[in-house]
Structure formats: structure tokens, C-alpha cells
Design a binder for this molecule. Sequence first.
Ligand code: FEO
Length: 398
Amino acid sequence: MPAVEIRPDVFWIGMNDRTTDLFEGIWPIANEGVTYNTFLVRDEHSAIIDLAKAIKTDQFLEQVDEIVPLAEIDYLVINHMEPDHTGAIRMLSRIPRRLTILTTEKAKVMLAAYYGITENVRVVADGETVELGRHRLTFHHIPFVHWPETMATWEPVSKVLFSCDAFGGYGAFNGSVFDDECRDPAFYERESLRYFVNIVAKFSAPTLRAIEKLAGVPIEIIAPSHGLIWRKNPGRIVELYRQWSELAKGGGAAAVTLVYGSMYGNTERVMNAVAQGITRSGVPVEIFDAARTHVSYILPALWRNRGVMVGAPTYEATLFPPVAQVIDMAALKRIVGKRTAIFGSYGWSRGAVETFKRMVEPLKWDVTDVLEFNGGPTKDLLARAGEFGERFAAAVKA
Ligand code: FEO
């Protein structure tokens, strides 16, 4: 996409990425895409704020040159060192110029480790301001959102906050970079939650500290490094991030995430009866087949819903591996304080339930009920499965 002037002499010079399959090599984005939002402030001293992934270097260099010849850029602000925002620096560092990198002390060390760059790096203090001419840049350190070196950059004349990963989301642009021009805000909010849970959620406490720290800064536009630029309603994405971060303590909506796996359909038949029981009780349920759904899409439901119903057969005396992998990832992301129950079939050995209880005990998941059965379901078992679902719905509502 061509550059977009988001305020006088403040440009989005970023790009869509619709070809990367996996963000961070883990999280699927083939259908949704992602953006690398980089910015340019044109002034007596011009500054680029954040870069892009290495595969986008050519496009990035062209985007800059459209606005200001590259050789006339004075500053490069590195808010965050992760290579989706710094990969293009390899090429940039080979072009002779007077460009000075402005970043944090921790990022300076990382610049040397990742790229061997040690010269023309100026460490900026928390609250420090660099004058550009008519504009200026003030740096707010917001460590661990989501790496230790992260900071946000505020431009007080245009009142734009360049927040990097904070307030970001997956989703390529469909013709516009702004919240008020996008046709499908629900898509971007859904993909912002998925991004938040995949990337940022483990660092919810630092995120809440960052939101509190930035509360007194006059901001009219939130310009993150991924996803929409929020100019009509910047408070919306900040409030969403605040609400999502609060869920790190546990709890959530009175709704159920039902994660199941089934080898031959026995556990799946019971799953449908359990889901009927939950729904009959007026509690919403989101159902995921763990073997066929990437965990990236399951994590947001686990994060926001209070209840987790697990359906899994015993597999070689333990929990069915696709379901175990979801629980493992929930543990890595510190999804804590949920109400849970488990059902599933066993053949020649039990083991799934005990393994599950061991896995969720450190996460403080309250196991309220168990329904285990040998072989396939009977009519009586399916009736009991419905009641099991109803009891769990009541426990989630309580
Ligand atoms: Fe968008 Fe943490 O990099």
C-alpha cells in the first residue's frame, strides 16, 4: 500500500504481509495476514519509527524514499527489537548515512547480538525528548510489553503514540489503515484478541502498568506496529487491552470453552450430549476439536471464558495428546483460575483424568466434575452426559 499521511508530516509507511504462514514461526496468519506498521516523521530532522521484517526490506526502502530520501533521515527509533520490527536494519545499516538509532539500553545490547550493530546507537532515557524541528519525540519505557527492552514513542504536536506491539493485532489492511474506515471492525477486534493472547497476555501485569503510565499522556491517535491505527476511537483498543489484561488473574465470562479430542468418535458423541446440557442451561459454549484446530484459535476462548470443559480419551495410559498440547500451551501462557470438568472414554487402561488433574493443578483450575466411561456410550450414558453438562453450566454461572 502507498504511504498514508496520518497527521501533517506524520506518515504510515508500513506494509501488508499476506505471505507469511506463521507469525513468530508458531501462530497461523495465512488467512488473516498481518501488517508491519512503520512510521516516518518529516521535519528538519526526519525520523523513522520502527522497521519491518527482513522480507519486506525492498518495499520498506521504497516507502521511505517516497517521502524523504533515505540519505536525509536523521533518526531511527527502535521501540522493540523483535525481528518483525528490525529485520530491515541489516540492509539499512549498509547504506552510508548520518542516521542515529534511538533506543533503550537493553535494546542496544540486543542490536549488537542480533545484527552486530554497535555504532551510532544513542540510548534514550525514560521521559527523554528529542527535537526534530516542528515535531519532537518523547520516549516512554514500557518494559516487558512484551520484551524487556520495549518502549513507546509519543509525538506531542500530532499527539500520536507509536506503541509498537502494545495495542496491536493480526489482520492485513483491506484498503485502509484507520479504525474509522475499516468495514469489518469485528474482524480486527477478534484478531487483536488472538494476537494479545498469543503474544502479549503472559505479560499482562506489565501491560496494565504501561496503560496506567500512559494514562496522563494526551493521545489522539494510537499507532501500533500491527493492525489498525486508532484515530476515531483510540480509547477503544486501550480499554480492550485493559480488560483482556485483567483476565490474567483468572475468571472471565460465564461461558464455556469445550476442548475435545476423539479417536473413534466415542468421546465425540458424548461431547455433543455435554454441549447440549450446557446450552440447555443458557450458558454459551465454544467447541474446539483439539486435533484439528491450531491452539492459536483456542487460546482466546480459554482466556476470556470462565469455564473449560475438556473431553479426551485415554491414550496409552495418559491424556489424548492433542488435548494435552492445548493444556500445555495454556500453562505456558499462564491461563489460570478456571472452572473445569473432564469427560472421556477409556479402553484397556485409564489415565487421562489423573494426567489432566496433575496438569491443571498448578494453574489453579478447579476440577468440579468427572465423567469417565469404558468403550462406547450407551443411551443411559448420553443422558448422564447431558446432566453432566447442566451441572457444569451451573458451576460456571455460580
Ligand atoms: Fe511485533 Fe514483539 O514483535
